[in-house]
Design a protein around this ligand. Structure first.
Ligand code: NDP
Length: 295
């Protein structure tokens, strides 16, 4: 059962316009709800229309008017979806203040291959679809899609006008550590590098760029491709101080409130190009132990 947390951050977002990619469920849904609660107009987007309509309901229950939430349904891997997200946001709300590049996925190799045995084309697809640009296979890939570079390119002229902010959602997986499904880690390390490079370039246009790097967070992200037994094992493993010093998995609101903080110029104006780890302390643990225990 979804439960909304109700902390109002500041009045900064009143009337501001925000895009949150991957807002049909999980971290993106709670981030959209929290922006709505704080007075923003929000474009929510993903492929699952029913889930997006649920997100819209949560936003309305949290205080936004129906017209202040705009839904764009589509695969972010497609150029036309990306263009619709930007075009419809400007048509509906007149401007853009914040882009949250949150959509992403980690899908294990379907034949059970791990590490270097995973075929080259899967690495290429992860990098293309999780990071760089719209897919060359016109969205037919089953692999992660978030196309941060091309969506950001479309958003920049509008963010320059408002002196806005970009928050990328990366991962603690971006840090050097061992993992058996390491193509995802490679793509998130590249997201961190993208954040650094964009931040240095775009601050010259007045746009602030930072990333939030979550640790294990309670969504369907990792478990959606696992059977029930694996889900229970992961849950049991994660909810221990051996893995996460604070003794619990992250909640979506733990991540969402840091995203809002980084998007709020009145709170975080002087933070540029940083990767903020939000993980209950898990990245403080020994890398080898994490590698054996978590993935
Ligand atoms: P979920 O799997 O719960 O949600 C992922 C979101 O991304 C969904 O709204 C999904 O929408 C959207 N999405 C994925 N692919 C596409 C696509 N091709 N086109 C459009 N939308 C897409 O994941 P989380 O909320 O947990 O993850 C959000 C971000 O946080 C990701 O970038 C992930 O890498 C990162 N992260 C998550 C961690 C965790 O433990 N949960 C840990 C570290 C980082 P739909 O299905 O409707 O298309």
């Amino acid at each position: 059962m979804y439960q909304a947390a109700t902390t109002v951050i500041s009045s900064f977002f009143n009337g501001k316009v925000v895009i949150v990619t991957g807002s049909s469920v999980g971290i993106g849904r709670e981030t959209a709800r929290k922006f709505a609660e704080n007075g923003a107009k929000v474009t929510i987007t993903g492929r699952n229309i029913a889930a997006l309509q649920e997100t819209e309901k949560f936003c309305i229950r949290s205080g936004s008017k129906k017209g202040d939430i705009h839904i764009v349904v589509g695969d972010l891997n497609l150029k036309e979806t990306q263009e619709s997200i930007i075009k419809e946001t400007i048509e509906n709300f007149g401007k853009l203040d914040v882009l949250v590049n949150n959509a992403g996925a980690m899908i294990p190799n379907m034949e059970g291959k791990r590490g270097i045995d995973i075929p080259d084309e899967e690495l290429r697809a992860v990098m293309d679809n999780n990071l760089f640009t719209c897919s060359s296979d016109n969205g037919q890939s089953r692999l992660p899609n978030c196309s941060m570079v091309s969506l950001t390119r479309l958003a920049v002229p509008h963010l320059e006008t408002t002196k806005g902010a970009i928050v990328n959602v990366s991962s603690i997986a971006a840090q050097p550590h061992l993992s058996k499904d390491f193509y995802y880690n490679i793509s998130k390390a590249a997201v961190d590098q993208l954040t650094t490079q964009l931040a240095g370039n775009l601050i010259l246009k007045g746009i602030r760029v930072n990333s939030v790097n979550p640790g294990a967070t309670s969504t369907e992200f990792v478990t959606r491709h696992a059977g029930e037994e694996v889900k229970q094992q992961l849950k049991a493993a994660w909810e221990t101080p051996d893995i996460i010093p604070i003794g619990r998995m992250g909640k979506v609101e733990d991540i969402a409130k840091v995203i809002l903080f980084l998007a709020d110029r009145s709170q975080s104006e002087f933070i540029i190009g940083q990767h903020i780890i939000v993980d209950g302390g898990s990245s403080l643990l020994n890398n080898l132990m994490c590698a054996i225990s978590v993935f």
